[in-house]
Design a protein around this ligand. Structure first.
Ligand code: BG6
Length: 480
């Protein structure tokens, strides 16, 4: 008989990372510089990068660069993958650094050293039957494309991206069966420099240039889907969005309507195009209202219509609460996705509101709207960990957070009928935080001895959550 605790057979349990936050070796193997390489450490890092006049150069006299060394996965991948295998991982989400394959982004031929590095990583994963789940572009655009072409604003970048995806699909076709195109593609609306590769210089940039850049990414994404299906017919390729369900603060219809509108633009605009293959009526209207006239070829729309993604991958860290008229006091300041404080929720030490039920809401909303398989490829608690004298890390707070979120997925599957492919929690091994550059914002089951000031031996240690997650996977989620 069906129990209400089951996860599907073959559910992809694992963990997630991104090249720029963990690899290090930022100059090795002929790698070129990417956006993350010029990202300074510290809470102001994204602001610095978006300042008008920022020249995308490395300046050691002013800043530190934690991503340059990351956690040195570039040299320690064997040790790390052995630890993932010990936890029983079925899947490991990682990204390929575009600049390892095309150091400047616009070369004609790929860089063999970079391809060979990922061959070694994928072989090591396969040794333990761990499926690589690969993000093709995770906030890692080649800096040359940012400087010389204005990032995704330029149509030429589509051609460079096509070259890149063809190179990696052909090379890794026997080793990688799960792909996704752009990490958190909709975040380009919030942090264009990371997602779209250009800084907003004035209000005007928020409209036509931003959406033109999105259009180029949609074309690029469909080119990737098409190539993936042709070159690796047994592979699946998804889109990847950042998703936070938007709650209305109360039953005031004005607030309900406002929440709905906020959800449509930020949460659904990209997935509508990538999953349904069309710009939605809502976004077309939005373009009209803001006088956004895009250069779109008829063949682009055909391509987008024909080559839609196989699944939706998304990150889930928090929900967002909204009301139409809000004061500064109402605001949930730590929530990176803004909104107002939700009186029913507690927040993490970084102010991210913790809402496991919101994950069930998210799964239901996405499945109701799109009816394609869902893959939670990021979720987790960034927290301060304490290394005890006996060398242990008692991260019960992280276990509680993960348990509740996994239970929410279980209920979405068993009670709501949502189709889920897997779960890769974020930062399964401690790595550099994307938004703050801190090492002290830790997500891992595996502790890495590295600190905000750059000191540390890089030694790895298993946290309490390591053993807990191992059991979760071994029982296919029955024992939480
Ligand atoms: C997601 C990103 O937005 O959140 C990751 O895809 C990032 O790259 C993660 O690391 C967690 O955010 P942070 O700022 O805590 O590292």
């Amino acid at each position: 008989a069906q129990t209400n605790k089951r996860f599907p057979e073959g559910f992809l349990w694992g963990g997630a990372t991104a090249a720029n936050q963990m690899e290090g070796g930022f100059h090795e193997g002929n790698k070129g510089l990417n956006i993350a390489d010029v990202l300074p450490g510290g809470k102001e890092r994204l602001k610095v990068l978006s300042e008008p006049g920022f020249n995308f150069e490395i300046d050691h006299s002013k800043y530190t660069y934690p991503n340059h060394e990351g956690i040195d996965f570039y040299h320690r991948y064997k040790e790390d993958i052995a630890l993932f295998a010990e936890m029983g991982f079925k899947a490991f989400r990682m990204s390929i650094a575009w600049t390892r394959i095309f150091p400047n982004g616009d070369e004609l031929e790929p860089n063999e050293d970079g391809l060979a590095f990922y061959d070694r990583v994928f072989d090591e994963l396969r040794k333990y039957n761990i499926e690589p789940v690969v993000t093709i572009s995770h906030y890692e655009m080649p800096i040359n494309l940012v400087k010389e072409y204005g990032g995704w604003r330029s149509r030429e970048v589509v051609t460079f991206f096509e070259r890149y995806v063809n190179a990696i699909f052909n090379r890794f076709k026997d080793k990688v069966k799960y792909w996704m195109t752009f990490n958190e593609i909709n975040s380009g609306l919030m942090m264009p420099i990371m997602g779209l590769g250009f800084a907003i210089q004035n209000e005007e940039d928020r409209y036509r240039p931003t959406f033109q850049a999105f259009h180029h990414q949609f074309v690029a994404s469909s080119i990737a889907v098409k190539a993936c299906h042709e070159i690796i017919p047994d592979a699946k390729i998804g889109c990847m969005i950042i998703y936070a369900p938007v709650y209305a603060f109360d039953s005031n219809p004005e607030n309900q309507l406002y929440a709905l509108q906020e959800e449509r633009l930020f949460n659904y605009f990209c997935a509508d195009v990538q999953v349904r293959g069309e710009y939605s009526p809502f976004i077309k209207r939005y373009f009209e209202q803001h006088n956004i006239e895009l250069e779109i070829k008829a063949s682009d729309l055909e391509l987008i219509k024909e080559h839609t993604v196989d699944y939706i991958a998304f990150s889930y860290y928090m929900s967002r609460t909204e009301k139409k008229v809000k004061t500064d006091e109402d605001k949930a300041h730590g929530n990176i996705l803004s909104g107002i404080k939700n009186p029913f929720l507690k927040a993490s030490d970084w102010g991210w509101e913790i809402d496991p039920t919101g994950l069930r809401v998210a799964l239901n909303k996405l499945y109701d709207r799109y009816e394609v398989p869902l893959f939670v490829v990021e979720n987790g608690l960034g927290a301060y960990d304490k290394l005890e004298e006996d060398g242990s890390i008692q991260d019960d707070y992280r276990i509680d957070y993960l348990r509740e979120h996994i239970a929410a997925m279980r209920d979405a599957i068993n009670e709501d009928g949502v189709d889920m492919m897997g779960y890769t929690s974020w930062g399964c091994i401690d790595l550099v935080s994307a938004s703050t550059g801190e090492m002290s914002k830790r997500y891992g089951y595996i502790y890495v001895d590295k600190h905000d000031d750059g000191s540390g031996t890089l030694e790895r240690k298993k946290k309490k959550s390591f053993f807990w997650y191992k059991d979760v996977i071994a029982t296919n989620g029955e024992k939480l």
